[in-house]
Design a protein around this ligand. Structure first.
Ligand code: G6P
Ligand code: ZN
Length: 562
C-alpha cells in the first residue's frame, strides 16, 4: 500500500472568498474524522485538478474514504441521491459532498468554476455553515495536505487504498449513473414510458447542452427507455460546454429550440412531440412540446395536478406542494382544487428542503426552470423530464398505437381550461448599476405606503388594468425552524389576481440584476388561448412606468425576456 505523509502548509487569507470555497480546512464543521465524502461535479474546466487536490486534503484531514463519480462526473441531483441512498460494499455511507460546478454559468479557462457543499440530508449547506466557512477564510493560517499522495486515476472504476498517519484512506471511483438510475426506476414506471417512446406517433429529443446530464441521458433515455440515439443532442459532457451557455431556456438552448420548431428563422417540417434540456449540473430543466413552450410555473402545476395518477412514487397522495414567491400562482390553483397543503417560499431551493425534511411537501418548483420532489433535496432536471413523460404516458394510455396522440400542448391547454391560465413573463435587467437598482427598489417600497396614490398612477398609465389591493415586501417565516427571511421581493397584488413582482437577483456576478415578474390570471376558458405577450402588454406598461425603469437604469429594454 502506498503510504503518505501530511504536510502543514502555512497560508494567508484570500480576500473575497465566497462561502463554500474553503475546501476541507475546517474538518470540525464539515466532516467528522473517519467520514466518507463525495467529490464530483459537472465536469467543467479545472474539475479534474480540483478533485485531486480535494482528495489530498481529505487524506490529510482524517477523512476515511472519498467517493468520486467516474471521470469526476456527478450531476447535482445525483450527488443528492448518492448521499441519501448509496451504501458501498464496506457499508460506508456518505456524510456530505463537494459539488464542483457553477451550475448554468459557462465553463472553460476564462469562464466560471464553482464549488458547493451538501450535507447529510443531501441538500445544500445552510447559511449557518457557509457563514462559518466564510469566517474561516478570513483568518486561515495553514492547511493540511498529503502532497506526496499520488494522483488517483478517476477514469477507472475501482477502489484505491493508501496508508496515512491516522490509518487507511480509500478513494472509491464508482459509476456516475447507477445509483441515480436505480432511484429513478423506483419512482417512475419505466415499462410504461418505454411504450410511449416506442409508439410510432411519439418523437422525443433531449439536449444536455454538453453538461453532465449527458452522462445520464444515454443510460436512461436510450438504454433503459429505448429512445433512439439520434434523439440526444449535445450529450457528451465537455469542460467548456462546447463554448455554449449551459442554461436551458429559449435563449440559450438554441439547437433544441430550433429543432422543436420554435425558431421562426429556422422552420422545421416535423419537429419532435417532446423536447427537453437541462443545465450544466442537470438540476434545471426546460420542457417543450412541438412548437410549444411550457413555462416552468405551468410545468410544476401540471406535474402536481397529475402526479398521483401518473407517477407511482406519488400514488399514496401528495404531502403538500410549494413554489417560490415569484413563480406564478398556477400551482396555488391546483393546490386549492386538490385540497393540498401549499407553501409560498422565498427564492432558493433550501426553503423547500426544510419543508421536505419535515414531511410537508412532495412537489415543488420555481419560475427559474427548477422542478423537483422530495426524492432528493435538490431540483432535478432528468426527474422533471421523466415526470412529463409519465404524464404523457398516462394521458395516452388508450391510444399509444393510434393516431390521436395527446400532445404536450393538448395537456397544457386542457390544464388551462380546467384551472385557468396564468399568463406570465419575466424581464431581466442584467449588470445594472448597483446604486441605481437600489434606488429603483427603494422607490417602489416608498410607493407602497399609499395604495390610492398607486392606483391613481396606474389608472393614468392603463385605465382598464384592475386595482392594486395589496402591496408589500415579501417576508417568510419558515414553518419548520421559525426563521424569518425579510426583503424577499416587492409585490403589487391586483384585485383580479394579477401580480407584479420586483426582485434583485441573488446569483448575478456583475453589478445588479433587476428581475421583473409579470403575471395575469385568466379563468374564462374562452380567453386562455391568447398570445402571452399580447395579453400581458398592459401590465408590462404599468410595471415599467410605475417603477420608472428607464429613468433609474437608463435601459429602454430588458437584457433577457423569459
Ligand atoms: C438558483 C437557485 C434557485 C433560484 C435561481 C435564481 O438556480 O438554486 O433557487 O431560483 O438561482 O435566483 P436569482 O436570485 O438569480 O433570481
Ligand atoms: Zn444548475
Amino acid at each position: 500500500m502506498v503510504m503518505f505523509k501530511v504536510t502543514r502548509v502555512p497560508t494567508t487569507p484570500i480576500d473575497g472568498q465566497k462561502p463554500g470555497t474553503s475546501g476541507l480546512r475546517k474538518k470540525a464543521y464539515l466532516c467528522k474524522t473517519g467520514a466518507t465524502l463525495v467529490v464530483s461535479g459537472d465536469g467543467r474546466y479545472y474539475s479534474k485538478d480540483a478533485i485531486q487536490i480535494i482528495i489530498k486534503m481529505s487524506a490529510a484531514n482524517g477523512v476515511r474514504r472519498v467517493w468520486v463519480g467516474q471521470n469526476g462526473l456527478l450531476s447535482t441531483p445525483a450527488v443528492s441521491a448518492v448521499i441519501r441512498e448509496r451504501v458501498d460494499a464496506n457499508g460506508f455511507k456518505a456524510s456530505g459532498a463537494f459539488i464542483l460546478t457553477a451550475s448554468h454559468n459557462p465553463g472553460g479557462p476564462h469562464e466560471d468554476f464553482g464549488i458547493k457543499y451538501n450535507m447529510e440530508n443531501g441538500g445544500p449547506a445552510p447559511e449557518a455553515i457557509t457563514d462559518k466557512i466564510y469566517e474561516n477564510t478570513k483568518t486561515i493560517k495553514e492547511y493540511f495536505i498529503a502532497e506526496d499522495l499520488p494522483d488517483v486515476d478517476i477514469s477507472a472504476i475501482g477502489l484505491t487504498s493508501f496508508g496515512g498517519p491516522e490509518g487507511q484512506f480509500d478513494v472509491d471511483v464508482f459509476d456516475s449513473a447507477s445509483d441515480y438510475v436505480k432511484l429513478m426506476k423506483s419512482i417512475f414506471d419505466f415499462q410504461s414510458i418505454q411504450k410511449l417512446l416506442a409508439s410510432p406517433n411519439f418523437t422525443f429529443c433531449f439536449d444536455a447542452l454538453h453538461g453532465v446530464a449527458g452522462a445520464y441521458a444515454n443510460r436512461i433515455f436510450v438504454e433503459e427507455l429505448g429512445a433512439q440515439e439520434s434523439s440526444l443532442l449535445n450529450c457528451t459532457p465537455k469542460e467548456d460546454f462546447g463554448g455554449g451557455h449551459p442554461d436551458p431556456n429559449l435563449t440559450y438552448a438554441k439547437e433544441l429550440v430550433a429543432r422543436m420548431g420554435l425558431d421562426k428563422s429556422k422552420p422545421q417540417k416535423d419537429p419532435p412531440e417532446f423536447g427537453a434540456a437541462a443545465d450544466g449540473d442537470a438540476d434545471r430543466n426546460m420542457v417543450l412540446g412541438k412548437r410549444f413552450f411550457v413555462t416552468p410555473s405551468d410545468s410544476v402545476a401540471i406535474i402536481a395536478a397529475n402526479a398521483v395518477q401518473a407517477i407511482p412514487y406519488f400514488s399514496a397522495g401528495l404531502k403538500g406542494v410549494a413554489r417560490s414567491m415569484p413563480t406564478s400562482a398556477a400551482l396555488d390553483v391546483v393546490a386549492k382544487h386538490l385540497n393540498l397543503k401549499f407553501f409560498e417560499v422565498p427564492t432558493g431551493w433550501k426553503f423547500f428542503g426544510n419543508l421536505m425534511d419535515a414531511g410537508m411537501c412532495s412537489v415543488c418548483g420555481e419560475e427559474s426552470f427548477g422542478t423537483g420532489s422530495d426524492h432528493i433535496r435538490e431540483k432535478d432536471g432528468i426527474w422533471a423530464v421523466l415526470a412529463w413523460l409519465s404524464i404523457l404516458t398516462f394521458k395516452n394510455k388508450e391510444n399509444l398505437d393510434g393516431k390521436n396522440l395527446v400532445t404536450v400542448e393538448d395537456i397544457v391547454r386542457q390544464h388551462w381550461a380546467t384551472f385557468g391560465r396564468h399568463y406570465y413573463t419575466r424581464y431581466d435587467y442584467e449588470n445594472v448599476d448597483a446604486g441605481a437598482a437600489k434606488e429603483l427598489m427603494a422607490n417602489l417600497v416608498k410607493l407602497q405606503s399609499s395604495l390610492p396614490e398607486v392606483n391613481k398612477i396606474i389608472k393614468g398609465i392603463q385605465s382598464d388594468v384592475s386595482d392594486v389591493v395589496q402591496a408589500d415586501e415579501f417576508e417568510y417565516k419558515d414553518p419548520v425552524d421559525g426563521s424569518i427571511s425579510k426583503h424577499q421581493g416587492i409585490r403589487y397584488l391586483f384585485k383580479d389576481g394579477s401580480r407584479l413582482v420586483f426582485r434583485l437577483s441573488g446569483t448575478g456576478s456583475e453589478g445588479a440584476t433587476i428581475r421583473l415578474y409579470i403575471e395575469q390570471y385568466e379563468n374564462d376558458s374562452s380567453k386562455t388561448g391568447r398570445e402571452s405577450s399580447e395579453a400581458l402588454a398592459p401590465l408590462v406598461d404599468v410595471a415599467l412606468n410605475l417603477s420608472k425603469m428607464q429613468e433609474f437604469t437608463g435601459r429602454s429594454a430588458p437584457t433577457v425576456i423569459t
